[in-house]
Design a protein around this ligand. Structure first.
Ligand code: NAD
Ligand SMILES: O=C[C@H](O)CS(=O)(=O)O
Length: 486
């Protein structure tokens, strides 16, 4: 399958190690398929342990000069990378839609979102300051400095194949680190294209390395190799727990951006039309395959029927199809297994008493498509309440009081994103402070940007990506105490 790229050189299928595009040592490859039609887009180098070890060694060598570059020099190179990503936004978006399935407009948006982290952290590079602290005696002074943590390993998911990489590589490079990236097997092409543009921007060989293939082999080398000083992971909570445990062997610094189970609460004083607008974007973005998707919609009794009627009407307006085609407003899921997983949750919940107000079954467009679905009369024991759905399914739960809905919203092991709609300022503060989540959207369904500290609590992970706080995960603080100064 050929893609309509203005710059075909952006479609890379080999591993990027030490500034070179290379095949797997044994020549093995794996197919990357378009979820909209099952066509093979490319055969990609299937790398493993040995290639990963070489990439880590190259990153270690390259970091010695990269960290000594003045911050402004690193910032200038990162600015060029940002400029190239935006200049090639359309090609990067086409590659993303082809391998991941999201509609082209969303892919364009993700490229800009990812590039924004490169821009932001290129600027932050120049603001990694230290402290001078009064010494414990007249002849003593203390100075704190921040130094790059070391070689970074990054493992990223398929649902945001550009932005989840930029959200890690940007602060790493800004801090003076080098990085070895393993993108998801389903979506490696976006990562390779980003590496090509970084190379063109002047990022030195070995500073960024990207390889795909055997997740277990690559991951095991990343978590066990002592040269790697930090692992940053975005993906499911079960895999995050495994990687965290593996990193303990060499006490690596870790950042974990994991699963979610976001509540979306509509109080009876809310602007219902605004709440519907927020629900539609926070629920159905990327066909419901985001970690911050509304996973449980809680609606207060007095407005329940009106909200459900509006939600069903808006959901029925989706035009399901190949995200590359004009006019399509929701695409396929990433693969057939994802459709099966979603349908199992729906079937189990209906068997437990949930009502199908719309959809409720796989779509006849193909094995990767699922009907946009609204379930009502959902309760807290049901599968769609307890599990991250990761598909276009909106479970609606009825509630009576503020206390009741806060208890239900917090009744999960996850703590990433949450949302609520009200126009009562007292309730805004009470509910925002009571919700056990890292992120709270108030009268807003889109909460992610490069200026905010994105991250979760509980089993949604640790660390923050973006904002002035985002650099902290990529530096070590050292203090020097000088004596004999009297
Ligand atoms: N918190 C966030 O910012 C965020 C963002 C996106 C996705 N997610 C979460 O990610 C999940 C969906 O993405 P996914 O299906 O790609 O998750 P996943 O955990 O299955 O895979 C994520 C990455 O880990 C790799 N991987 C899997 N097993 C591995 C192993 N044993 N060793 C090394 N690497 C391994 C995969 O190849 C992929 O690159 C959802 O739970 C979603 O909530 C979280
Ligand atoms: O899927 C998780 C992403 O972090 C979602 S967002 O694009 O950052 O909101």
């Amino acid at each position: 399958m050929s893609l309509p790229l203005s710059d075909p050189q952006l479609l890379k299928t080999q591993a990027f190690i030490n500034g070179e595009w290379v095949d797997a040592d044994d020549g093995a490859t794996f197919p990357v398929r378009n979820p909209a039609n099952g066509e093979v887009i490319a055969e990609v180098a299937k790398t493993g342990t040995a290639e990963t070890a070489r990439a880590i060694a190259a990153a270690d060598a390259a970091m010695q000069d990269w960290k000594r570059l003045p911050a402004k020099a690193r910032a200038n190179i990162m600015r060029k990378w940002f400029d190239l990503m935006m200049a090639h936004q359309e090609d990067l978006a086409i590659i993303m839609t082809a391998e991941q399935g999201k509609v082209l407009a969303e892919s364009r948006g993700e490229v800009a979102y990812g590039a924004a982290f490169v821009e932001w952290f290129g600027e932050e590079a120049k603001r990694i300051d230290g402290d001078v602290i009064p010494g414990p005696g007249p002849d003593k002074r203390i100075v704190c400095i921040k130094q790059p943590v070391g070689v970074v390993a990054a493992i990223t998911p398929w649902n945001f194949p550009n932005a989840m990489i930029a959200r890690k590589a940007a602060p790493a490079l800004a801090a003076g680190c080098s990085i070895v990236i393993k993108p998801a097997t389903e979506t490696p092409l976006s990562a390779f294209a980003m590496a090509e543009l970084a190379h063109r921007a002047g990022v030195p060989a070995g500073v960024i390395n990207v390889l795909a293939g055997s997740s277990s082999q690559i991951g095991a080398e990343m978590t066990s190799n002592p040269i790697v000083r930090k692992l940053t992971f975005t993906g499911s909570t079960p895999v995050g727990k495994q990687l965290e445990a593996e990193c303990a062997g060499t006490m690596k610094k870790t950042s974990m951006e994991l699963g979610g189970n976001a509540p979306f609460i509509v109080f009876d004083d809310a602007d219902l039309d605004a709440a519907i607008q927020g629900a539609m974007i926070s629920k159905y973005r990327n066909s419901g395959q985001t970690c911050v998707c509304s996973n449980r919609l809680f609606v207060q009794d007095a407005v329940y029927d009106a909200f459900v009627e509006k939600l069903v009407k808006a959901t029925a307006e989706f035009n399901v199809g190949d995200g590359m085609q004009e006019g399509i407003t929701i695409g396929p899921l990433v693969n057939a297994q994802a459709v099966n997983d979603v349908h199992q949750l729906v079937e189990a919940s209906v068997a437990a008493g949930a009502k199908v107000a719309l959809g409720g079954a796989p779509h006849d467009l193909g094995e990767c498509f699922y009907q946009p679905t609204v379930l009502t009369e959902v309760t807290s024991e049901m599968a769609v309440f307890r599990n991250e759905i990761f598909g276009p399914v909106a479970p609606v739960v009825r509630f009576k009081t503020e206390e009741e809905v806060i208890a239900m919203a917090n009744d999960t092991e996850f703590g990433l994103a949450s949302y609520f709609y009200t126009r009562d300022i007292g309730r805004v503060w009470r509910v925002a402070e009571a919700l056990e989540y890292g992120i709270v959207g108030i009268n807003e369904g889109i909460i992610s940007n490069e200026m905010a500290p994105f991250g979760g609590i509980k089993e949604s992970g640790s660390g923050r990506e973006g904002s002035k706080y985002g650099i902290d995960d990529y530096v070590e603080i050292k203090y020097m105490l000088m004596g004999g100064l009297a």
